[in-house]
Design a protein around this ligand. Structure first.
Ligand SMILES: Nc1ncnc2c1ncn2[C@@H]1O[C@H](COP(=O)(O)OP(=O)(O)OP(=O)(O)O)[C@@H](O)[C@H]1O
Ligand SMILES: [Mg+2]
Length: 319
């Protein structure tokens, strides 16, 4: 597969006050392949935006190298900028211009642009579901509509890679799902996508591969499903009982990794789904009344917990 981005041993140190430095990105290396959706998943302050902005030629690295389509980010920024579309974590636009006028303005920034006025800009607004807002001002859009419009502006020059920095943060569940559909649609048109997110569920749903980033470092990179399979072979069963139980009753069922009984809740970790019926049978044989029986398979969240030894920070949990 073709590599479209190559990042090697990337480091970024910010000077934050006299004599004080903060290492925001520490020795990060990864490749992005043509046509994939590559996710960078991590909590606030992990270094996601910093890493992205270096690749986007917005800020220079302290050391390490970045190549986009073989162009070095420090030597050939203009070549790179013509090939990439960038959605920043937050965007501002000129007041009193309509969406149609703003798209014309953005198109005028690119000498090599295809015709993005007329039909082109209508197509772009249709793609992002804002056809009926062509004469509206940006300030009058909802949060989700603003994010989708920003994506339209980043596509005016028909880039080959699109960078999305937390496009769904702050959106309600419906707007977030609309954004997922849009990302899938853009990717289906052959555009490679690099996306950062706080949301495990989003990374699992959208990304072909995901880099888990924490405190400036990448801890793992793989397909979400492989990360989950590799790092957690555990399924969790939980239920409530209406009386205290002796947790030793489960000891004859093999492939139970852990039993945690704290009346009224019981949590069992099993390594084979076949054991669910054995647990139910055992409860019936022992005439234990149980309710709220749930089975939860591993998610990226468990992977994160495994890698860092701590729960995902507030705000990073799925809604
Ligand atoms: N311009 C800057 N000057 C100094 N420090 C900075 C600057 N930008 C970011 N930092 C620091 O670098 C670290 C990484 O920040 P960054 O914005 O890259 O994280 P992030 O993963 O994008 O976080 P979030 O999820 O909140 O957007 C943080 O500790 C932040 O305070
Ligand atoms: Mg950020």
């Amino acid at each position: 597969m073709d590599k479209v981005i190559e990042v090697q041993k990337l480091r970024k140190t910010y000077r934050i006050s006299k004599g004080k430095e903060l290492e925001a990105v520490k020795d990060v290396s990864f490749d992005v392949y043509k046509g994939e959706v590559f996710g960078i998943l991590g909590p606030n302050g992990a270094g996601k935006t910093t890493a992205l902005e270096i690749i986007e030629c917005i800020r220079p690295q302290t050391s390490g190298s970045v190549a986009v389509f073989g162009f070095d980010n420090l030597k050939s920024a203009n070549d790179i900028k013509g090939l990439i579309g960038v959605q920043l974590q937050s965007s501002q636009y000129l007041h009193h211009l309509s969406l149609g006028e703003l798209l014309d303005l953005f198109a005028s920034f690119y000498s090599s642009r295809k015709d993005k006025e007329g039909q082109g800009r209508t197509d772009l607004l249709e793609l992002v579901g804002l056809s009926d807002k062509i004469n509206e001002e940006f300030a009058n859009l909802s949060g989700g509509q603003k994010q989708r419009f920003t994506i339209a502006t980043s596509l005016v020059h028909e880039p080959q890679i699109l960078f999305l920095d937390e496009p769904t943060t702050g959106l309600d569940p419906k707007a977030r799902r609309d954004m997922w559909q849009l990302v899938k649609k853009i990717n289906a048109d052959g555009i490679t996508i690099v996306i950062t997110t706080h949301y495990m569920e989003e990374a699992e749903f959208l990304c072909n591969r995901v880099a888990i980033m924490d405190q400036g470092q990448i801890l793992e990179i793989d397909e979400p499903k492989k990360l989950i399979d590799r790092l957690s072979d555990t399924t969790q069963i939980s239920f409530f009982t209406d009386s205290q139980i002796d947790q030793n009753i489960f000891k004859d069922i093999t492939k139970i990794k852990k039993v945690h009984a704290s009346y009224p809740k019981v949590i069992l970790e099993i390594t084979s789904l076949d054991k669910i019926s054995a647990v139910v049978n055992l409860l019936r044989q022992n005439q234990i009344n149980f309710y709220g029986f749930t089975v939860k398979t591993a998610t990226l969240e468990d992977v994160y917990l495994d890698l860092t030894g701590r729960a995902y920070e507030e705000g990073g949990l799925d809604e």
